[in-house]
Ligand binder design. Structure first.
Ligand code: HAM
Length: 408
């Protein structure tokens, strides 16, 4: 045997225990999000390329280097979504959804990044967007919600790192300062930083390679205007009152263009190099930039695979499988009847559809972790009974009503 096809680098097959975890996260998040008044939304996996260029931002790594871009047969320039915020906002505007509104999503995303632990080319995000709220109270709600999710998933080792990235004019002032102070030094920085120096110097402080070289530099916090500073101070006060655990990290700038004011990341030391479980922040001008009303917004997204990496294994639901075996081909019809009857009673049943020896059927029942085996032979049919074997105790019972044992 030589298999002819393999999955594409950076993609994954999710099954077994991992699938259980993924679905558990989805189900838990539905519960938590509805508690906070968020409705789920699903947007298309591909959108116009321009949507991301104009919102995620033309200078970002995502748009410059990581998007899966293609032309469809009629020449439209499309992109597989690399993130959920622009599509969700597009959907709110296009469907005339009343603002303020709050949406959650669980969607796959695509980024052409170098694959490694916790970093894939197709991955899931669990995210939320709250649109139309200006005051810092929604920032608090979003942070509490993100933490509630982590707690309900049994995740413990995480920390919230919070910053304010100010408004556009704060950032312009800061960029000017950075260009000035780095003028003679930028040649010693990495290629990425050199590129950022011209177009987006603000992002240099996020550089993992040149971290040490910028230690002496003032942070964006020192450049906040009065309104942005006020917003940040109120939020910090609210967090203190709530006893919310966080650290302020002036180096959080986020890799996307649209952020203003509150920006945060949720970090786990259990993850390794890709240590961000999630991230988010405010985007007070994005909706307007997209042709919508002048309404602010805030949101976050968790990387679902990263949540899965730090979660404990979930306890499998006790499925109590009932496996029906038949001694010879002749009893197959009767076995099928039983399988259907058990399923009609909302219990789990299965059988071997292509006949195999009794021994092999019993082995299969055992491998599948069946709790009960229902054995159907010529003798049982004649007596209008079935033989029931308890796989835990080995006990065998002859009965005309196996259902009274299944419930126990
Ligand atoms: P982001 O920081 O680009 O933000 O992504 C959020 C999370 O998605 C990351 O913290 C990480 O856990 C996960 N993630 C990102 N790239 C990968 C990858 N290649 N493989 C696996 N996981 C990955 C956003 O996408 C914003 N849209 C979040 C947001 C919503 N901001 C406001 N609203």
């Amino acid at each position: 045997m030589s298999i002819k096809f393999k999955k594409i680098r950076g993609t994954r097959d999710i099954y077994g225990e991992e699938f259980e975890k993924l679905f558990f996260i989805f189900e838990k998040s539905r519960e938590i999000f509805s508690k906070y008044g968020y409705d789920f939304i699903l947007t298309p996996a591909f959108e116009s390329k321009e949507l991301f260029e104009k919102s995620t931002g033309e200078t970002t790594d995502i748009v410059q280097k990581e998007m899966y871009v293609f032309e469809d047969l009629s020449g439209r320039k499309l992109a597989l979504r690399p993130e959920g915020t622009p599509p969700v906002l597009r959907a709110i505007l296009e469907n005339n959804i009343e603002i303020p509104c709050k949406f959650a999503y669980f969607m796959n995303m695509f980024r052409y990044e170098r694959p490694q632990k916790g970093r894939y080319r197709e991955f899931f995000q669990l995210g939320a967007e709250a649109v139309g709220f200006k005051e810092p109270y929604i920032d608090l709600e979003v942070l509490l919600l993100a933490e509630d999710l982590l707690k309900n998933l049994g995740i413990k080792d995480y920390r919230f790192e919070i910053n304010s990235v100010g408004c556009i004019s704060d950032r312009e002032k800061y960029s000017k300062y950075l260009r000035n102070i780095l003028k003679d030094k930028i040649n010693n920085f990495c290629e990425n930083c050199k590129r950022r120096y011209e177009r987006n110097p603000f992002r240099i402080i996020d550089c993992k390679i040149d971290k040490a070289k910028i230690r002496e530099i003032k942070s964006l916090m020192d450049f906040l205007c009065d309104d942005c500073r006020r917003h940040h101070e109120i939020l910090i006060n609210l967090l203190e009152k709530e006893n919310f655990k966080y650290v302020e990290n002036p180096l959080i700038v986020r890799g996307l263009d649209y952020y203003t004011r509150t920006a945060f990341e949720i970090i786990s030391d259990r993850l390794g190099a890709q240590d961000a479980l999630g991230g988010g922040g405010r985007y007070d001008f994005l909706l307007k930039d997209m042709g919508g009303p002048d309404s602010p917004g805030i949101g976050f997204a968790f990387g679902v695979e990263r949540l899965m990496l730090v979660m404990e294994d979930i306890k499998k639901k006790d499925k109590a499988l009932i496996y029906v075996v038949y001694v010879t081909e002749k009893e197959k019809d009767e076995a099928i009847k039983w399988v259907r009857k058990i399923r009609e009673n909302n219990l789990y049943a299965d059988m071997e559809w292509d006949y195999r020896s009794l021994k092999s059927q019993m082995r299969k029942a055992n491998n599948k972790g069946a709790k009960w085996v229902l054995i159907i032979g010529e003798e049982e049919i004649k007596r209008e009974k079935v033989k029931l074997k308890n796989m835990e105790t080995g006990e065998e019972i002859l009965t005309d009503n196996p259902f009274k044992f299944f419930e126990k």
